[in-house]
Design a protein around this ligand. Structure first.
Ligand code: ZN
Length: 282
């Protein structure tokens, strides 16, 4: 049973909306690439995890802000155990040494250990006494891990089906009791993350206009009702392009109500105010 679904991360959506509108430096471009990869891996994992929906309650993208912040990609709650899963879409070669990742500044195993500790403290403060199993799950079959030890809390891509089987066999059907526990846990989730990536931008620094969703360059008018990307030649109805651009405006400047004049300017004056009025009233 899915209790909290995964959303596209807000910092990723913001960076995507800014792409082509401000100059994103190499660091932001790299981070956007990483976020897209990470999100794609998590979604792939979610699809696989659907097969467990009769046995566990799933909570995705859980953030717990106690004295320290703890972020967990996926939580499974069963009658026997709570599973904390950190999903990585890594495809390179890494070496494990003395139970940790060699030459990584932020060792994901350390982070996982810390997250488990914070999570257990939270459970205890709510009187929930269930064992907690934390695992680092690698989803990309291209990953190579040298020095992999069976005792490490790591699940490799080829081990995921077996791991799910183990969870299925040790869990009974979902009961009201687990639902109550899952709701108690979910109530501790916060959307506030002080470590969220902050990109500096302002109304002055952000270029308006309707941009191609793929190439992030200005689209041109093709006909009365359609726009076209001069690079990939993709055509899009003005109605769809306006809705897409309006979402970007509201995401980047949530305080600015989408007045028709503002939207008109934001869309680079490519769609008449009259057309915007009729689109908005639909
Ligand atoms: Zn394009």
């Amino acid at each position: 049973m899915l209790l909290k679904k995964r959303e596209r991360p807000i910092e990723m959506r913001k960076l995507e909306s800014l792409e082509g509108r401000i100059t994103l430096n190499a660091d932001y471009t790299r981070q956007l690439h990483q976020m897209r990869l990470g999100y794609a891996g998590e979604c792939q994992f979610d699809c696989m995890a659907e097969e467990l929906d009769d046995y566990v309650i799933r909570i995705n993208d859980f953030i717990l802000a106690r004295q320290q912040l703890c972020q967990i990609d996926s939580i499974f709650i069963s009658e026997q155990k709570i599973y904390l899963l950190d999903i990585k879409n890594w495809s390179k070669t890494y070496t494990l040494n003395r139970g940790g990742f060699e030459s990584l500044h932020n060792d994901p195993l350390d982070q996982l250990k810390r997250a488990r500790k914070i999570f257990i403290n939270m459970l205890e403060s709510h009187g929930i006494r269930l064992p907690v199993e934390a695992r680092l799950v690698f989803i990309n079959p291209e990953i190579v891990l040298y020095g992999m030890d069976a005792n490490l809390p790591i699940i490799l891509p080829q081990q995921i089906p077996d791991y799910f089987n183990k969870i299925r066999h040790s869990s009974g059907p979902i009961t009201k009791w687990e639902e109550q526990i899952a709701k108690k846990i979910l109530a501790q989730h916060t959307d506030e993350n002080p470590y969220r990536l902050q990109v500096p931008y302002s109304t002055e620094s952000v270029q308006p206009g309707i941009l191609c969703s793929t190439c992030r360059i200005l689209m041109t008018e093709k006909s009365h009702k359609f726009l076209c990307c001069p690079k990939c030649l993709e055509t899009e109805s003005k109605a769809h392009a306006v809705r897409r651009s309006e979402q970007e405006l509201l995401l980047l400047f949530p305080d600015s109500r989408p007045y028709i004049h503002k939207l008109y300017k934001w869309c680079g004056e490519m769609v008449s105010k009259q057309s915007l009025h009729s689109l908005k009233s639909k």
